[in-house]
Design a protein. Structure first.
Ligand code: GUN
Ligand code: ZN
Length: 423
């Protein structure tokens, strides 16, 4: 049993954030046993070994709901929009992941970077190569992480180096579910790339697998750019919309997460909400590629489930602070002001809810898994200066969102243990 003493940021009464100035978080065997005011808890748990982090702010670990581990070397690549970026910059990088050694090296680098940025769980894309998926799950298992991931399925309109055989891809998916789903803290996501890169036969196979295994996740891309939407309309002339392609095949369901969801109409949004599917909102990626702006007002109006994501490598940063700031700025362009509490929620507890994991991760509370971060509101001179004059918790959170990056994350705790850097 171990107790971490610091300030504490946690969700109470549903989705409200509160701060306890002097708190104790008691952990045992990977779980949070107790969390609250230090005075009361120290009496309740006499003799626990104390880790003294006073001056820091313990907060729930961040959750990235959409990220491609094999695209770390595609970050910062020049291209004229999504489809050119995929063809020229991304697929050549992904093609290298048939090599197990390369996949292992990048998986470890990527997980080190997630920890450094305070991200404790993520919904991750591997490439179409079995080796990339095995490498990612094995590396996550070694670190005791709660991760969801899947092998990318793409059997058409893609270069041969990353294109997959329809039946083999589905058989490998089934085998990977058997090998990794539910092992330690790992979960499997069936991962069809997007409608233009998946044959109807492949998508029907995906639907069959998804129907048979409601406990398994499903992830894809949806309505990211206008050019892509027009391509889907040509490929699937019988569908009312891009979302309708997935809907008709039965691919919208709880535990399904669709990245981007920009070019939708309200009929699509209502269907998304009814189906229990969630949107992974990737504002940094959307700005970088010039894809469009997620409509936060329409999302609120239609009450779709959404959470934040980096979408590295189209997104240039794994930092949740950079993503929250971009979400704020994108919403401002439409005249909407997202509150600091909402931004923080959609990268922690709200993200856990979108992944149907809110009973385990996303908050620092008794019974939850002990995945949390210790943040330093004085990490940089400017942030120290601005946070010193913050008159409320909202102001402090907003200062960290606007001015923060990986330097704010002083410790990342995974299952009660400080994350150890590999390599
Ligand atoms: N659509 C299909 N594949 C991808 C991808 O790798 N990144 C992004 N941003 N969009 C996609
Ligand atoms: Zn993506």
């Amino acid at each position: 049993m171990k107790g971490f003493r610091a300030s504490l940021l946690r969700f109470v009464a549903g989705d409200e954030l509160e701060r306890i100035d002097d708190a104790l978080v008691v952990v045992d065997r990977g779980l949070i046993v107790d969390a609250g005011d230090h005075g009361a808890l120290a009496r309740r748990h006499p003799g626990v070994e104390i880790v003294d982090w006073r001056g820091l702010l313990i907060a729930p670990g961040f959750i990235d709901t959409h990220v491609h581990f094999a695209q770390v070397d595609a970050i910062a690549s020049l291209a004229d929009g999504l489809l050119q970026w995929l063809e020229r910059c991304t697929f050549p990088q992904e093609a290298r992941f048939g090599d197990p050694e390369h996949a292992c090296v990048v998986a470890d680098f990527f997980l080190d970077e997630l920890a450094r940025n305070g991200v404790t769980s993520a919904m991750v894309w591997c490439t179409s190569h079995l080796a990339s998926t095995e490498a990612f799950f094995a590396a996550s298992a070694r670190r005791g992480l709660r991760m969801i991931a899947g092998k990318c399925l793409m059997d058409r309109n893609s270069p041969a180096t990353v294109c997959d055989d329809t039946e083999r891809g589905l058989a490998q998916t089934e085998a990977l579910i058997g090998r990794w789903h539910g092992r330690d803290r790992l979960g499997y996501a069936i991962t069809p790339r997007f409608a233009p890169a998946c044959s109807e036969r492949q998508l029907r196979g995906v639907a069959e697998l998804a129907r048979a295994r409601e406990d398994v996740w499903l992830q894809s891309h949806l309505a990211e750019t206008r050019e892509e939407v027009a391509w889907v309309a040509r490929l699937f002339p019988g569908s009312r919309s891009y979302l309708d392609v997935y809907d008709r095949l039965g691919l919208l369901r709880p535990r399904s997460v669709y990245a981007h969801c920009i070019h939708l109409d309200d009929a699509d949004r209502v269907r998304m909400r009814e189906s229990g599917a969630s949107a992974a909102v990737c504002p940094n990626s959307n700005l970088f590629l010039g894809s469009g702006l997620f409509d936060f007002a329409a999302a609120a109006r239609t009450r779709i489930s959404w959470a934040l994501a980096s979408d590295v490598g189209a997104g240039p940063s794994l930092s949740p602070f950079r993503t929250m700031l971009a979400a704020y700025e994108v919403a401002r362009l439409a005249g909407v002001s997202l509150t600091p509490g909402l931004l923080w929620h959609r990268h922690t507890l709200g993200a856990a809810r979108a992944l149907d994991l809110a009973d385990r991760i996303g908050n620092v509370a008794a019974g939850m898994e002990a995945d949390f971060v210790a943040l330093d509101p004085r990490a940089t001179a400017l942030l120290a200066r601005r946070s010193a004059s913050a008159a409320s918790l909202d102001e402090l959170l907003f200062a960290m969102i606007v001015l923060g990056d990986d330097r704010v994350v002083r410790h990342t705790v995974i299952a009660g243990e400080a994350a150890v850097r590999v390599g």
